[in-house]
Write a protein that binds this ligand. Structure first.
Ligand SMILES: [Mg+2]
Length: 375
């Protein structure tokens, strides 16, 4: 019997509330107090364990309660008793078993890949096709309603060698956005600057405000309008001479096909929490690349476990050339959940080479921050 024929016999869930250091405003919503995530542990007959994280945001992808229910009630029966090596079939059935709930499916595929990696002594990037990069440039989001605190954060980022920032706009007023862009251009010229509206602009404001922001020539402007306004995204793209990225308009490969066909963007933010897994995230990036579009490694409000899954996915996906935003474990959570810290060196995320995801959560911290826990 092959090691990958062994059955999955354990399926445990923790729903966590992880305290954060500040409020953050992102276009259509605010995060304050805590990030809420769900952690899945799969156990195989031989005793190997694999972990995955679902990181929802209620105004964007869904709720932690829905992630927990999707895993606990609808996906658990699909997984228990199955062979470890049947990842593709399990994920196909998971897609049919419950609609949406993409973060729960991302947690499931992460845990399956981690488990297979632990058993086969291969890193997840090897299971996803092999490695195309050893490090990924890190971008940190500037999203604090108190800009003085963000100035302190940018000084810390500069000291740490981080070269990319993403200014979150559209949550207060246009004057606040322009004031911050001017301050950053004057006081932090070394940063590559991206701008992300998180759908924050109404149709009536979008054209003048986006044209105004494009004058600062950011690397790109992301998702100025609501996800369903494909026509306005296409129109804005034609009016500005900096790249326009789609985020909320593109969850999975099916959205990417439509986005490319309708010409709504120059690139896409790929997130495993939107696509419903690492493999589908790779497919989004490949459709983008095949259509001559760029790809960026986005994330939700995540802990280090989800960062690791995203890191392996990007490490195995050449089309994702614009870096990543896996900053929360280092700069936003009061305490991350990993036993060994998520590795960022000189502003670069370091791709792990150990088996599976390359690090595991500290079970004591899972219990400490649990709103709900196993048994
Ligand atoms: Mg975004």
């Amino acid at each position: 019997m092959s090691a990958l024929d062994q059955k999955i016999i354990g399926f445990d869930l923790w729903q966590l509330a992880l305290p954060v250091v500040s409020a953050r405003d992102h276009g259509i919503g605010r995060v304050e107090g805590a990030c809420e995530i769900v952690v899945l542990r799969l156990t195989a007959e031989g005793g190997a364990e694999g972990f995955g994280e679902a990181s929802p945001w209620s105004v964007f992808t869904g709720t932690p309660e829905a992630s927990h229910a999707a895993l606990d009630r609808y996906l658990r029966p699909l997984v228990l008793g199955r062979r470890v090596g049947d990842r593709a079939l399990i994920m196909e059935q998971a897609a049919q078993a419950v609609a949406h709930c993409t973060e729960a499916k991302a947690a499931l595929e992460s845990a399956l890949l981690d488990l297979i990696g632990q058993i086969s002594a291969l890193p997840v990037w090897a299971l996803l096709g092999g490695k195309c990069r050893d490090t990924i440039p890190l971008s940190c989001s500037i999203a604090n309603p108190d800009f003085d605190q963000d100035i302190a954060l940018m000084e810390r980022l500069r000291d740490d060698g981080v070269g990319l920032i993403k200014l979150k706009t559209g949550f207060r007023d246009h004057a606040f956005d322009i004031m911050r862009l001017e301050r950053i251009a004057r006081d932090f010229p070394e940063f590559g600057v991206r701008v992300d509206y998180n759908q924050g602009l109404g149709i009536e404001q979008a054209i003048p405000q986006v044209l105004d922001v494009a004058r600062f020539r950011p690397d790109f402007i992301e998702q100025p309008v609501r996800f369903h306004h494909f026509d306005m995204m296409a129109r804005l793209r034609g009016l500005i001479d900096v790249p326009l990225l789609a985020d909320e308009s593109v969850f999975g490969p099916e959205d990417m096909v439509r986005a490319a066909r309708e010409g709504i963007c120059d690139g896409v933010s790929v997130k495993i929490m939107k696509s419903g897994g690492l493999s589908r995230g790779q497919t989004v990036a490949r459709i983008a690349g095949a259509n001559g579009l760029m790809a960026y490694g986005g994330d939700m409000f995540e802990a280090g476990l989800a960062h690791l899954a995203g890191t392996h996915m990007i490490a195995a996906t050449p089309e994702i050339t614009l870096g990543c935003e896996f900053y929360q474990a280092s700069y936003y959570l009061k305490e991350d959940i990993l036993e060994t810290p998520f590795q960022v060196r000189n502003g670069q995320v370091v791709v792990p080479d150990g088996p599976g995801l390359g690090a595991r959560p500290d079970l004591g911290r899972l219990d400490h921050y649990a709103v709900r826990k196993p048994g």
